[in-house]
Design a protein around this ligand. Sequence first.
Ligand SMILES: Cc1cc2nc3c(=O)[nH]c(=O)nc-3n(C[C@H](O)[C@H](O)[C@H](O)COP(=O)(O)OP(=O)(O)OC[C@H]3O[C@@H](n4cnc5c(N)ncnc54)[C@H](O)[C@@H]3O)c2cc1C
Length: 298
Amino acid sequence: MSAMTDQTSSFDIQRVPFESPTFDVMDGAARWEIKVHEHGMIALVDVMPRLVPQGQTADAAIVQAARVSYGQGTKKVNEDRGLIRYLMRHRHTTPMEMIEFKFHVVMPIFIARQWIRHRTANVNEYSARYSVVPDRFYVPTIDNVRQQSKTNRQGGEEPVDVGTAQDFLNYLERCHSAYKEYESLLEKGVSRELARIGLPVSVYTEWYWKCDLHNILHFLSLRMDAHAQQEIRDYAGAMFALIKPIVPIAAEAFMDYVHEGVHMTRLEIESLRTGKPLATDNKREQAEWEEKRKKMGL
Ligand SMILES: Cc1cc2nc3c(=O)[nH]c(=O)nc-3n(C[C@H](O)[C@H](O)[C@H](O)COP(=O)(O)OP(=O)(O)OC[C@H]3O[C@@H](n4cnc5c(N)ncnc54)[C@H](O)[C@@H]3O)c2cc1C
């Protein structure tokens, strides 16, 4: 027998019941799924907290964490909705980290490349070294073949003419025909890890992606924004739709203070105060100020 003794058996675990009846924030469902484009999807597969007191939402976990720092007796911010909105406005973010969401996402590799830049999530991706890549490719609809933006070097805007759109779709078709060769090379015995490297970035991958609410809202602030590529915005919008019923108060505050809000620079405030043009000859900064003025209806 080992000389080491099992000390864990000496701990007395007290199982403290909930003070009031609880319910499952996902209504007992295994997953909440939203289809994105022809082959993609995002599914919410788990949440922490999964059980919350009846009549509340998972927002309660934010309040519970915040009250540890503000104290139960805090009078000025003792109303839950007001507290969460206060935290959002003042970027007191750690209480938001007490909530976690786990998603299963199926998306093209070019979107996954943008998504993976968000380093604060836990990710487990489908291995194309281990399994055969399924025959799924992203193809935009013909009216969504966008022309290069004149103002944003990274962006696309209005659709190209129908003939050019068709040329683009034909070009994708030719790229996707690489899949047949991929299959036949696998049959000839080429390893999966090498055979996959000839596939285009429109091919789909999938992963489990777990992240806390604070970092999800940061992700959404960047990827629901008009400057993000349309295709990842489609996923970000679906992600927001999945979390909104679970944390409706935080979601509303995010919309009010972050997504629909406007951050202003000192130069912009100065221009607004004096009525003078923005004190810079940087064209991009001027264009950004114009965008913000438009958003504010000025
Ligand atoms: C419209 C758009 C265009 C983009 N264009 C490009 C591009 O052309 N080229 C390119 O390479 N990328 C590009 N990106 C990616 C961008 O630069 C960020 O890498 C990405 O948005 C992730 O942002 P993040 O680092 O804030 O997020 P996360 O990685 O989720 O990090 C969240 C926050 O945690 C903190 N953090 C995380 N890791 C560290 C760390 N190691 N050190 C310090 N702080 C850390 C930071 O405060 C960070 O804001 C683009 C992003 C967007 C939205």
